[in-house]
Design a protein around this ligand. Structure first.
Ligand SMILES: Cc1cc2nc3c(=O)[nH]c(=O)nc-3n(C[C@H](O)[C@H](O)[C@H](O)COP(=O)(O)O)c2cc1C
Ligand SMILES: CCCCCCC(=O)C(=O)O
Length: 278
């Protein structure tokens, strides 16, 4: 079973939302018809806007409920391990068949980097949210926000939600840990749109902390990939169930009967701990 289909089915079984990557290996239609998971579609803005537009339209007509615009990748970060290991992008990104070739040749190491350099639009900017809104009726979540200032701009540009993310620290060294900037973003947004978070969620306690600091939901990257790699659909389910059980355990021990009972006073940040000592 293709990885994205197994992931979608695992998500559906656990009643959580599945986010499908623009760079998925199987098609938008295959994922849509594989299960009844609530699905969001993650998009990049390609130099060839017609390709982005086509993918967004396909997602919309196949019942995806929201578009996630990844804003932190106008170009790929310098991933030295990928260069050293000569990372190859899958030659079969089936959504793009007949549109664009993924068979790029790179003499510099990572052919993902070469492919990204050829396709991603490095001029990506705030006005592209208006463009995206003009081609879809779906709500748009912006992924990759790390400051209150950018969060305010994103709200002004008309996004329906903000995902605090540093792309799993894959783009740029020294970006802050997402949990450390979450509260700044939440405060800046003032409840106008929901704020979500990803990055480093490994335990139910991590989810609890994010919710306490104001996230409405969290997203999971690598843990799901690890579950998928080891046990396919059932591995995905196991990872999600483990996190749900751990969150439930944390809530029970913190005296919270439901997620709305998790409040800011349940956690102390590093800064608060330091202030206490002064
Ligand atoms: C192998 C891999 C591929 C990824 N591909 C994408 C992608 O296509 N689009 C995207 O927006 N983010 C992508 N990400 C970043 C994730 O969406 C997410 O921001 C990050 O993995 C969250 O951190 P976590 O892995 O600690 O949960 C990728 C991450 C990994 C590890
Ligand atoms: C358009 C090619 C870039 C794909 C990057 C995938 C990704 O987000 C990641 O590897 O991280």
């Amino acid at each position: 079973m293709p990885g994205e289909v197994a992931t979608a089915r695992g998500a559906a079984a656990c009643n959580v939302i599945m986010g499908l990557s623009f760079t998925a290996t199987c098609t938008i239609e295959e994922v849509a018809s594989s299960c009844n998971a609530v699905r969001f579609f993650q998009t990049y803005v390609y130099k060839r806007r017609d390709i982005t537009e086509l993918m967004v339209h396909k997602a919309e007509s196949n019942g995806f409920r929201a578009i996630i615009l990844t804003a932190d990748t106008p170009r790929l970060g310098r991933r030295e391990a990928d260069i050293k290991n000569k990372l190859m992008i899958s030659p079969r990104l089936r959504n793009f068949e007949g549109l664009i070739t993924t068979e790029v040749v790179s003499d510099k190491g990572s052919n993902l980097e070469a492919y990204a350099a050829g396709t991603l639009d490095p001029s990506l900017c705030w006005k592209d949210i208006a463009w995206l809104k003009s081609i879809t009726n779906l709500p748009i979540l912006i992924k990759g926000v790390l400051t209150g200032e950018d969060a305010i701009k994103a709200v002004e540009a008309g996004v329906a939600g903000i995902i605090v993310s540093n792309h799993g620290a894959r783009q740029l060294d020294y970006t802050p840990a997402t949990i450390s900037v979450l509260e700044e973003v939440v405060n800046a947004v003032q409840g106008k749109v929901p704020v979500l978070l990803d990055g480093g969620i490994r335990r139910g306690t991590d989810i609890f902390k994010a919710l306490a600091l104001g996230a409405k939901a969290i997203l999971i990257g690598r843990p799901v990939v690890y579950g998928l790699a080891t046990k396919g659909e059932s591995g995905v389910k196991q990872v999600i169930e483990m996190l749900k059980n751990e969150l439930e355990q944390t809530m029970a021990l913190a005296g919270c009967c439901n997620v709305n009972d998790i409040t800011r006073s349940h956690v102390k940040t590093e800064k608060e701990r330091l202030l206490c000592r002064m």
